[in-house]
Design a protein around this ligand. Structure first.
Ligand code: MN
Length: 726
């Protein structure tokens, strides 16, 4: 394998820059060479060949001498006895920061990537966290660029490792490093990383694709040369100077495309890509017009990434045409600047050499600070909700994550939290059940308060309450948590716990009402439950019990469904009779009401203490009216009987409520009444066009005095305008 030496590195840097610190590069090299003196790569080469190769990759990309010096030194802290202080003393704080940054990134353990068998969304989330963590750990984007070049050289020499390591490292490369290169729009590194990782992780498929591509290679080269001549001539006629080259797309991208078209190789149109690099945007569109005049475009494959750049900032016009002899060919048209950015992404921003950018004379100059900032903004956009300090243009340091911290679980999983987050946030990040059972926390092995503010790289361990402990979160946690997730889940717990009370309450009400029918709650079979749920649209039996508990529905409505209407009526009649014997205790019985069904007149609503008379209905028992009720005057007098008894304590009451219609108004009223342990027996609600709700509800109360407290309470519910007893 070709091995680069320091003279070659300097030669590459020299091509770009006339004025650079040659001594810095030489002295870094000498220092690194000495420190790695007795070390070998697995290939058997001297260790220094590795930092040299990394420096070479970066020099090709046009990076500055600071980055190249740091690249030469990048493994000295990790692999020898060199300290950061020593590097700072010899090479300055900037280079120390870069080398130290690369060392920190090297400590990130990717050996435990999330399990591929977990849910796709979860997997992507965890992988994304790793990528973000990686970026966040690098304070200067050049640290990431060095690390990518480091990974590229390690991938190039991966064949010296054991197969298991090759697979593991390739997977890291595909999941972490190639996507990062893509995000930094470093297309060249991304493509090479992917192809190398593809080769080692999936050698069988790699060989197949390689075979498909190398077949007809000579023919393809001739074709590219031919179409290149035609396009060059056409453009020159219109006074457009262009640099055109053609290539086969990289293998991994073909492989991914093949998967998309069910492995039908004939469906991969853009195996060949021809790049047309022109001077300015105007010429891009003009060139596309000229090419389309010659070769018919496949209309649906024209993509304007100039007007609408890809998320990583990539710009170009893409068109797919029927080329010579109808051969399908993809053509990418872009400016020099776009080309630079597509190949080297952010690294292009260290490319200041005007002469190189001005190959074609016309006004393409180096990037202004403003444009550099544009790039950082793009990265920030990707990393959403992060504000950018405008001074960043100067150093291009990434401090995009200054409002985020990354902490670890004892198992080493990474969690991304907002600054100021506490162990409670962390616990809810793990799982809502962990949050609810969180009782204490250890940070880096030491017990801390639950309102302790976590720091970057803390290892956090949650101390849990026993599984059956139902205490749940404390309300004041809401003041200590930072994440919306934790807040939401604490509030949910409180809502849920009310629900549990409601279920319990509902279950009690149902049981006691069933008992009146001589039924037991346990008698309700699952089939019946299912049937009732189907009829009533409640999602679960618990939901139904909860609805009874909070008063949304009455137990009677359900019992009617359980026993059937007819049986219900019968039982209801019996029940009332039973009630009669129990609760009605006439002092002097002029008419013995024992065993007679008693109803109360809807007209006058007699209540406890009223003077009453009875009216014998046809086969329906006795209706009780106030003795002065006008309806008695118009009824057959022979049916009116004197009775003397106290009206039983339970009194049916009807209340009419007027309110402004809003979601949950009825529910809130019903819940309030349920909290007073009053069972709603009937509830009707309707809304007028003017958004006024009329709610009419009936319930039985022990004592009319209850109303004097209850009605004002209802009146205070949001939206209620008036409440009155009917
Ligand atoms: Mn290295």
């Amino acid at each position: 394998m070709y091995k680069i030496d320091i003279e070659k590195v300097i030669e590459i840097v020299q091509k770009d820059k006339n004025d650079f610190d040659r001594d810095l590069i030489i002295s870094s090299y000498e220092f690194a060479k000495e420190k790695h003196a007795n070390q070998k790569r697995l290939s058997g080469d001297d260790y220094i060949t590795h930092p040299l190769a990394v420096a070479g990759i970066l020099a090709e990309m046009g990076l500055d001498e600071t980055t190249i010096a740091a690249a030469l030194l990048h493994d000295t802290i990790e692999d020898s006895d060199v300290t950061p202080e020593e590097i700072e003393k010899l090479f300055g704080s900037k280079i120390k920061d870069l080398v130290e940054g690369v060392t920190i990134l090297g400590e990130i353990d990717f050996s435990k990537l999330p399990d591929q068998n977990i849910q796709e969304i979860k997997f992507q989330h965890e992988i994304e966290n790793l990528r973000r963590f990686f970026l966040a750990m690098a304070k200067d984007v050049r640290v990431v660029i060095i690390k990518l070049a480091d990974r590229l050289h390690n991938m190039r020499t991966l064949n010296f490792l054991a197969i298991a390591d090759q697979k593991r490292i390739s997977r890291e490369t595909l999941e972490i490093f190639a996507p990062l290169a893509d995000r930094l729009s470093m297309g060249q590194i991304k493509a090479e990383l992917e192809d190398l990782a593809f080769r080692f992780s999936n050698p069988e498929d790699f060989k197949i694709i390689e075979g498909l591509v190398t077949k007809n290679e000579r023919e393809r080269k001739n074709y590219l040369a031919h179409i290149n001549r035609i396009i060059t001539n056409d453009l020159e006629e219109e006074a457009i100077k262009a640099k055109i080259d053609g290539r086969v797309k990289h293998l991994y991208s073909i492989y991914k495309k093949l998967n998309k078209v069910n492995n039908d190789f004939s469906k991969i149109y853009d195996l060949l890509a021809i790049r047309v690099v022109v001077n300015n945007i105007e010429e891009c569109y003009k060139a596309m017009g000229i090419i389309h005049a010659r070769f018919k475009p496949m209309i649906y494959l024209i993509k304007d990434y100039i007007a609408v750049p890809k998320p990583n900032g990539y710009q170009s016009l893409h068109t797919t045409v029927f080329g010579i002899k109808g051969k399908i060919t993809e053509i990418q048209i872009r400016t020099i600047k776009m080309h630079e950015e597509a190949e080297n992404g952010i690294a292009a921003h260290w490319h200041y050499n005007e002469s190189k950018l001005n190959v074609y004379k016309k006004g393409v100059s180096s990037f202004a600070p403003q444009e550099k900032l544009g790039w950082v903004n793009k990265l920030a956009n990707w990393q959403k909700n992060v504000s950018i300090n405008t001074n960043l243009a100067e150093e291009l340091q990434i401090d995009l994550f200054n409002d985020r911290i990354f902490v670890f679980s004892p198992k080493g999983n990474i969690f991304d939290l907002p600054e100021g987050a506490t162990p409670i946030d962390f616990a809810y990040e793990l799982h809502s059940a962990v949050g609810n059972r969180c009782r204490g926390a250890k940070v880096n092995g030491k017990i801390v308060n639950l309102n302790y503010q976590l720091n970057n790289r803390d290892v956090v361990e949650i101390v849990l309450a026993p599984k059956n402990d139902k205490t749940g979160p404390a309300r004041d946690w809401l003041e200590h948590v930072k994440t919306a997730k934790a807040k939401q889940r604490i509030k949910n717990w409180y809502r849920q716990s009310n629900r549990e009370e409601n279920i319990e309450q509902g279950s009690k009400i149902l049981l006691s009402d069933l008992r009146v029918f001589s039924l037991d709650g346990g008698d309700i079979s699952e089939e019946v439950k299912k049937k009732i749920l189907d009829e009533t649209n409640w999602r679960s039996w618990d939901d139904l019990l909860s609805a009874i508990g909070d008063g949304t529905i009455t137990a009677k409505q359900i019992i009617r469904k359980i026993v059937g209407q007819r049986l219900y009526d019968e039982l209801e009649a019996k029940k009332e009779t039973k009630n009669q014997t129990k609760t009605v205790e006439p002092e002097e019985k002029r008419l013995n009401l024992s065993g007679i069904l008693v109803r109360y007149g809807e007209c006058c609503k007699p209540k406890k203490g009223d003077k009453v008379k009875g009216y014998i209905t046809q086969g329906q028992g006795v209706t009780i009216h106030k003795s002065n009720c006008h309806s008695l005057l118009t009824s057959s007098q022979d049916r009116i009987v004197e009775i003397d008894f106290d009206i039983p304590s339970k009194l049916r009451t009807r209340v009419e409520i007027l309110g402004k219609n809003r979601v949950g108004l009825v529910r809130d009223i019903a819940a309030l009444i349920a909290r007073e342990n009053i069972v709603i027996e009937d509830l009707k609600a309707y809304n007028s066009e003017k958004n006024v709700s009329f709610i009419d509800l009936s319930f039985s109360i022990e004592n009319p005095d209850i109303l004097t407290e209850l009605l004002p309470k209802i009146g205070r519910i949001e939206g209620v305008q008036s409440v009155r007893k009917k």
